[in-house]
Design a binder for this molecule. Sequence first.
Ligand code: C2O
Ligand code: CU
Ligand code: CU
Length: 493
Amino acid sequence: MKRRVFLLGSAALVAGGGYVWFRQSSVDAAALSGRPRLKMPALLDTTKSGRFGLSTNTGQTDFGGGRTGTTAGYNQSYLGPVLKLRSGSVQASVENRLKMPVSSHWHGILVPGEVDGGPHQAIEPGGQWQPELPIDQPPCTAWYHTHIHGATATGVYAGLAGGIVVSDGRDQARGLPSTYGVDDLFLILQDKRFSADGRMVYSGDMMSRMHGFTGDTMLVNGQVGSVTAVPKSIVRLRLLNASNARIFRLALHDGRPMHLIATDGGYLPAPAAIEELRLSPGERAEVLVDFSTAETAMLVSKPDPNAGMGGMMGRMQNLISRLGSDFEVVAFATDERLEGKISAIPDQLGGAIPDLRKLQVAKQRHFSLDMGMGGGMMGGGMMGGEMAINGKAFAERTINLRANLGTVEKWTVSASMLAHPFHIHGVAFEVLSENGNPPRPENRGWKDTVLVNQELELLVRFNRPAPDTAPFMYHCHILEHEDAGMMGQFVVG
Ligand code: C2O
Ligand code: CU
Ligand code: CU
């Protein structure tokens, strides 16, 4: 079946690498002062009204730095507003003004299958979808994006994504920065490719389908080469990896710690100081950074571990994307006019540590994320681009498994060749082990997406229902893999 997808331009002309290679130990304040200031996404606060409306649009976007593109977004030409939600019922309305079906999946929001916004809740051109979302979960950072099977990669790349903040209004009592756009910042990390004349391009070639599509230019909140103004205080960064395929390994340029306070599912019991934060597509993390002593700082990333993989494909990818060194993600410069309220990292956050180990495991399952390597690299299914889980590619009419509401299952997920970010809808899970070891710090809180590099054991609790007509998905969040069939669906009842 031929699906309508965004025409994003061809990647035949790859520009000379938009990344700023980053090897210094200090940041030149003068060089930053000439840059445009990073804008926060508009905040759509629903905490009083209990309702919000989104409508998809297309348009021309100026990303800055001479880069432009034909893009799509919710309520604007690229990306969408950050939705602030509180507990209770929230009435959503999503209108589709595009010429192709879209959906709006609430990634990280634990709602029943009927209102999850997955591939079974497509909104046709000119159509409207009005789900009522029963919000009932701890405060967290989540997001929404289109989820049409076969058209998720191009749709999200075009811009159909936005942030979500679930709030209980108690962050001041927790001693956390909570002034949106001042000391509480939402940073949507994405990479793109641009042609020599600065137009955004996409390629669905064999290499991109195999590895997922990675870009040569870093965008934060849809902007290239900007600088983030921060107060001289403790600042919260809500980090969302909304890239199609790039895995970030984030660090501050001078090695100062990031204090991890929340993972996908919300707050940790207490902050954890880390030097490197791995964030794969779909994952979110909240960190506190102390800007009280420095004028400038740079958030950098090490190269994508999937790009460094051995073998012919890995080397070719390296030549094309030049991923060999650390690159700049986003710069920060303090601004005396901004008032930060928090001057110390809090000791406690009150978040719940995952505790599913105490419960009985109802079922054990194994998932192998397959890249169709069957007959070898040139002869096998890989050339056809078929991706699968346990040998089965996604089929719209096939329910792959059934779970019982209220139970806990142990899922062992394995991956070879590449690392794959594994996401499950409608649940929060606990990472039990990573390659036989205790989970790394980023994976010790509640999660809904986690990078599988070899083998992970998860404890999954099913406490949202999903019927046969609106099953939940589990899939690789490298969007090209997902679109190519590395996805399954399950009902909970
Ligand atoms: Cu963020 Cu099923 O997706
Ligand atoms: Cu999801
Ligand atoms: Cu994958």
